[in-house]
Ligand binder design. Structure first.
Ligand SMILES: *Cc1c(COP(=O)(O)O)cnc(C)c1O
Length: 439
């Protein structure tokens, strides 16, 4: 299968697409078509394990670039934790994506990408550049930590990640370097793009990106949409996914799953005050904006990088986009009220990102119910993607819920370590000097 840039100027194979991350024309790599899975796979879905699903789906995208045996090994290593669909209330389930090593869903994509890159680069030295709004950096660090020949540079916005997130970015040491950037996440993302396309740096080093722009992040994120079906198909109702969205990687992976044949009834793109996509669906105009800071900070994105991919999946047709995706924006106030309500009513603790997704389901239900009078026969199961463990945002969650929450041992271990970072303004020439001096 060929991989083609969303800006159409570059065409390559999966190996190059993964190792480069970003295409030379500034676009993002997409498979030339989305493979279809056969009917038996879907019939047999409830009998498959998460790892079996992962192997089958990944194989379609990776083809002969990796042997079955090596791919199985990578999948088993990456998916070595549970992803349960936990019932919150009648017809609302939380797909808990946070049981991995850094306790956010990004573990799935970042660990898969790290292992694929290490495998495909065959030991050649490489510098990985990752901008993060909080969770990507630590998942990428965990995936690449101690991988021989690979140096990782994490760019994060100073003062705009939670204290625990910061510890998860800055305490690795070894081949993981944290750059604390005086600016917003958008500044970090722009800086990462500048670094990756800088000629001099590219001459000296092999550079690659580890953002959600890398196609190897997206492929594994589609696994758990199938896995949610494997767990919930028995309920016999249409399934609606609400995806708390920032750069829209998770949602794009869901669109891949649907195009592969998974009968997802509806996608809901739930956002915080950073409402570029809901506005686009309403007006047909895409206008990026500076990002606004919210309590669901991993979604504070003003110019979502995967928008180009979604547009290409819908052939640039806003009406197609609207059919597949409903999108709503919610305030911090609404998010907090929801966290309190879900805790009181159902004794379930949502993190702020999951709460935004929950709100998306509630909003969609209102429009669904008013369109269907026969409520008994017309119903759906709502699945929210719970993208982080609430303890990752302990300050915000405790303040909202007015109660102590327990910090899992996995996270506590980061807290005990010492922060190490280097601080820079969002300025290419200064950061470039730093990188040039690194060997
Ligand atoms: C990154 C992140 C998101 C947003 O995911 P995208 O794929 O960028 O849309 C949501 N929640 C959490 C906790 C995250 O870390």
């Amino acid at each position: 299968m060929k991989y083609i840039s969303t800006r159409k100027q570059e065409e390559t194979n999966i190996k190059t697409a993964i190792l480069k991350g970003l295409a030379d024309d500034g676009g993002l790599f997409m498979p030339e078509y989305i493979p279809q899975l056969e009917a038996d796979f879907f019939e047999n879905l409830p009998n498959l394990s998460l790892q079996e699903i992962g192997f089958k789906v990944a194989k379609e995208f990776l083809g002969e670039s990796i042997s079955d045996e090596n791919l199985k090994e990578i999948i088993d290593e990456v998916l070595n934790f549970e992803i349960p669909a936990v019932k919150i209330s009648d017809n609302i389930y939380s797909l808990e994506l946070f049981h991995g090593p850094t306790m956010a869903f990004k573990d799935v994509g970042a660990r898969f990408m790290a292992r694929m890159m290490a495998y495909l680069s065959e030991g050649k030295p490489m510098k990985v550049i990752a901008a993060t709004s909080g969770d990507t950096g630590s998942a990428v660090a965990s995936g690449f930590f101690n991988v021989l020949g690979i140096e990782v540079y994490i760019l994060y916005p100073k003062g705009k990640v939670s204290p625990l997130q910061e510890k998860q970015l800055t305490t690795w040491g070894g081949n993981i370097k944290a750059l604390e950037i005086d600016g917003t996440f958008d500044d970090c993302q722009a800086l990462a793009k500048q670094i990756l396309s800088d000629e001099e740096l590219n001459q000296k080093f092999t550079l690659t990106s580890a953002n959600s722009i890398n196609i190897a992040r997206l492929i594994p994120q589609s696994f758990y949409f199938f896995w949610a079906f494997a767990q919930l198909q028995k309920l016999g109702k249409p399934i609606v996914f609400s995806v708390p969205s920032g750069n829209f990687g998770n949602l794009t992976a869901g669109l891949f799953a649907k195009k592969m044949g998974l009968p997802i009834h509806q996608f809901i793109a739930s956002t915080n005050a950073n409402d570029v996509v809901p506005n686009y669906l309403e007006t047909g105009n895409y206008e990026s904006k500076p990002s606004k800071q919210t309590i669901s900070n991993a979604m504070d994105v003003g110019n979502p990088s995967n928008f180009e991919r979604m547009k290409s999946l819908f052939n640039d047709d806003v009406s197609e986009f609207k059919k597949e995706i409903k999108s709503y924006s919610f305030s911090d106030e609404e998010t907090k009220e929801t966290m309190i309500k879900v805790k009181n009513d159902f004794d379930y603790t949502l993190d702020p990102h999951g709460a935004v997704a929950y709100l998306g389901l509630v909003t969609f239900r209102k429009s669904f119910d008013s369109a269907h009078d026969d409520k008994d026969n017309e119903d759906f199961v709502g699945v929210l993607l719970e993208t982080a463990h609430p303890a990752k945002f302990v300050e915000a969650v405790e303040e909202v819920l007015k109660t102590k929450i327990e910090i899992p041992e996995k996270l506590e271990a980061f807290n005990k370590k010492e922060k190490k970072s280097v601080e820079y303004p969002a300025d290419l020439s200064l950061v470039k000097n730093y990188l040039m001096e690194e060997n």
